[in-house]
Design a protein around this ligand. Structure first.
Ligand code: KDG
Ligand code: MG
Length: 403
């Protein structure tokens, strides 16, 4: 089999997505997600201008060799643009292999370790009362795990807090909006939210999660982790910016609240110290930003040795192609922990018809060959790209902060 062509599509059915379609001389095609939130067109150019010409004529079944060809052959290794582009090619090749062999991708990864992947949904509200009610709504829908984010009094537009429907979208159209941040108010407020949640729903009805979005210093994060211990979180996510990883030793030495990190990591080299030193409990790298299925198999294998579980990023900016790949991976890999599942809009689901489905708190993959996801090019063309960014975040004195 040979690759004959590869096309890149940028569309915006509710939000922007970049999709790679790899064609072969046997008529089989594979799909990959190349979406990088707020930097979509950079990945399109990386693929169209630099990667696609090198793919023509290659054997699509040689997935591992192609991965190293793109990673090592570029000389310039790693980074989100490169690794998202490599991931899109890699996932498309796994899709092709599954279709060529007539088997779902999870079978190529060792078969099922479980039947479904437990997911968590996003509940948020403008105050504690509405956030508690929203968590209740998710419990009623069957979720076993819910991330809870609440607006902080006195702060405009707290990042990660949705606008009360099931299709919360973190990016906003146009140029980046700006929000304010006060660590003092946040640290005061979050324990009150989780106290209210546990007193409403009890100690064990639902797993509770929280995302700090990289906004604390290590000692502040340690204080938050300690304050949340009585409410038994499933995890506390991205407590500090993860460039300086020594910070996680400080957090770890003070609290038993489980820690999750990694949605902005791109290679195993970003994660190996945190994993080897057991400074985290969940690795959140995703297939689409972490070099694809081939690379994430290595990350998961390293994590398995060190009692770290997977908890893949699954926000709306990861397209249904990514989500399908994640669900196949989740049910195959032994050290799976949880899968983030932010529902896509109906328009997105129509552009990417898929067979994975949600039931009773779990996602299940389809049983057809490959990933079980398609791409409706004609419909996608009706939703052209619209510039959109994640918000910028400033402290109350105007200093730029982590988003
Ligand atoms: O593109 C960035 C978003 O996906 C991210 O901000 C969402 O933090 C997020 C999460 O945990 O889903
Ligand atoms: Mg996050």
């Amino acid at each position: 089999m040979k690759i004959t062509n590869a096309e890149v599509f940028v569309c915006s059915p509710g939000r922007n997505f970049v999709t790679l379609k790899v064609h072969t001389d046997e008529g089989i095609f594979g799909l990959g997600d190349a979406t990088l939130n707020g930097r979509e067109l950079a990945v399109r150019s990386y693929l169209e201008d630099h990667v696609v010409p090198c793919l023509i004529g290659r054997d699509p079944t040689q997935i591992e060799d192609t991965w190293h060809y793109l990673y090592k052959g570029a000389y310039w290794r790693g980074g989100p643009v490169t690794m998202t582009a490599i991931a899109a090619v890699d996932v498309a090749l796994w899709d092709i292999k599954g279709k060529a062999l007539g088997t779902p991708v999870y079978n190529l990864l060792g078969g099922k370790s479980r039947t479904g992947a437990m997911v968590y949904g996003h509940a948020s509200g403008s105050d504690i009362e509405s956030t508690v009610a929203e968590v209740g709504r998710y419990i009623k829908m069957g979720y076993r795990a819910v991330r809870a984010q609440c607006a902080v009094p006195g702060m405009s537009g707290t990042y990660g807090v949705g606008r009360g429907d099931l299709f919360y979208e973190p990016a906003e159209k146009g140029l980046p909006p700006e929000a304010t941040w006060s660590t003092e108010s946040y640290l005061e407020h979050v324990p009150k939210l989780f106290e209210a949640l546990r007193s409403s729903y009890g100690p064990d009805v639902v797993h509770l999660l929280h995302d700090v979005h990289h906004r604390l210093t290590p000692i502040e994060a340690a204080r938050l982790g300690k304050a949340l211990e009585p409410f038994r979180l499933f995890w506390l996510e991205d407590p500090v910016p993860a460039e300086l990883q020594e910070g996680f030793r400080v957090i770890r030495s003070h609290t038993t609240t489980p820690i999750a990190v990694g949605e902005v990591f791109n290679t195993i080299w970003d994660a190996h110290v945190l994993i080897r030193e057991q400074l985290i409990d969940y690795i959140r790298m995703s297939i689409s930003h972490g070099g694809g299925i081939s690379h994430m198999r290595k990350v998961a294998a390293l994590a398995e040795l060190h009692h770290v579980l997977t908890g893949f990023h699954g926000a709306t900016d990861l397209s249904p192609v990514s989500l399908a790949a994640a669900v196949h991976f989740d049910i195959a890999v032994h050290n799976f922990g949880i899968q983030e599942y932010m529902r896509h809009t109906a328009e997105t689901d129509r552009v990417f018809p898929h067979t994975y489905h949600f039931e009773d708190g779990y996602l299940y993959p389809g049983e057809e060959p490959g990933l079980g996801v398609d791409f409706d090019e004609e419909l996608a063309a009706k939703f052209p790209y619209e510039r959109a960014y994640l918000p910028i975040n400033r402290k109350t004195d105007g200093t730029l902060h982590s988003w």
